[in-house]
Design a protein around this ligand. Structure first.
Ligand SMILES: Cc1ncc(COP(=O)(O)O)c(C=O)c1O
Length: 391
């Protein structure tokens, strides 16, 4: 794990913790949805507390599996193609699944050489931890404005594609809010067929979008092939339901990959506790709290557009502003020192493409601003950002 830098928030703490904020502090660095816990979630937890006295099944309860599969079928218009027995598994937060999934699925070698695991750059840091954990070679593929903030996997050199064993792809993406379109999915799956790799789609933000429903991996794959082969997709209640403390997500897709992951989890994976499973099933069944959350994010994004004008371009999804200020770390430091607003330098989520050249990190000139507090706090913070950045 030695090539893994400290996490983005540890680096941010190092940058600002010894510096006095210029005003009362507002933290917009962490994507913690801080939503209200819906009453039906608390009720489900209380009703099933007795289940803490038993080991839960690794595959989840019947109720959880049915709720999860029904949500996937409904949300992605899959007309029953997702089977509750063979296509879904519960995760204790998507992050553990994104990390553990490579352990049973990645080959030790690909075409006689060290396997490559590709990921967008910048990215959610667990992808790199997973690649390093299985002794694969992590490959950081730039996702910049020039490529609509998505990685160009099809453009990788042939010699790399030969060693490619898995790719992570995030849509809507953290940090940029970019969304993968149908053609991109189609080409990515075709590339996966041609070069024999698996696609790990992190779709934690699938229910947070603005003007258009994002095209998701499962329906795109199903439309193309009539099944889900080579695909695992990850969903979370952290963002959809604003319940990051519940630690509840799922993985869905290719029945063969799910079976191998289930067998591995039976030995090495953490089960989801019974009451969390009951509360999660209730949350997957309900859409009302999700559309209410989405409407709040839309309000916050509109406020950002109003206050910051053409400094922001509204992303298709997610709840982050990805703001190009020329030098993200300097901006984060200055914003904290002068305005008491904490944001994340984009560079902490990326990797330098050329060693010793900080500017070659695709996140270098950006800050990430999470629109997750209440609206009035966000308005105050964004007005301070505007005052700091100037016209
Ligand atoms: C892109 C992305 N993937 C996965 C996760 C983890 O989600 P969970 O809370 O389900 O572990 C996050 C959380 O911030 C995220 O931003």
């Amino acid at each position: 794990m030695s090539p893994l830098p400290a996490g983005p928030f540890a680096r941010l703490a190092e940058l600002v913790d010894n510096i006095k904020p210029g005003k009362d502090p507002i933290d917009l660095s962490i994507g913690d949805p801080s939503g209200r816990v819906p009453a039906f979630v608390s009720e489900a937890l209380a009703k099933t507390a007795g289940a803490f006295g038993r080991y839960p099944p690794i595959s989840g309860s019947d109720e959880w599996r049915e709720a999860a599969a029904a949500w996937l079928n409904r949300r992605f218009v899959l007309n029953g193609a997702v089977d509750s027995e063979s296509h879904v598994l519960p995760l204790n937060g998507t992050r553990e699944g994104l990390f553990l999934t490579l352990f049973p699925l990645l080959p030790l070698a690909k075409n006689g050489a060290k396997p490559v695991v590709a990921m967008p750059n910048p990215f959610y840091q667990v992808y790199a931890a997973a690649a390093l954990g299985v002794h694969a070679e992590p490959l950081y593929v730039p996702a910049t404005a020039a490529s609509a903030f998505l990685p160009d996997y099809a453009g990788l050199p042939e010699a790399v594609l030969e060693r490619l064993a898995a790719v992570y792809i995030c849509s809507p993406s953290n940090p940029e809010g970019a969304v993968v379109g149908e053609e991109y999915w189609r080409q990515l799956f075709a590339l996966a067929e041609r070069h024999d790799f698996i696609v790990l789609a992190d779709e934690c933000y699938a229910d947070i979008y603005f003007d258009k429903l994002p095209v998701s991996a499962l329906p795109a794959r199903h439309k193309q092939s009539g099944g889900f082969s080579r695909l695992l997709t990850f969903h979370s209640l952290s963002k959809r339901s604003g319940l990051p403390g519940l630690r509840s997500g799922m993985v869905a897709g290719d029945a063969k990959l799910i079976a191998r992951f289930r067998a591995f989890r039976n030995v090495a994976g953490p089960q989801m506790p019974g009451p969390i499973m009951a509360a999660s099933a209730a949350a997957w069944r309900d859409e009302q709290h999700v559309s209410a959350n989405r409407a709040l994010y839309a309000e916050k994004m509109e406020a950002a557009e109003r206050i910051l004008g053409n400094r922001v371009s509204k992303p298709p999804g997610g709840f982050f502003l990805w703001l190009d200020t020329g030098h993200g770390e300097e901006t984060a430091l200055g914003l904290w020192r002068e305005q008491g607003v904490k944001v994340l330098p984009g560079t902490y989520m990326g990797r330098e493409i050329e060693p010793e050249k900080p500017q070659s990190n695709p996140g270098f000139s950006f800050v990430r601003i999470a629109l997750v507090s209440d609206l009035s706090t966000i308005i105050t913070a964004l007005e301070r950002v505007r005052d700091f950045l100037g016209p």
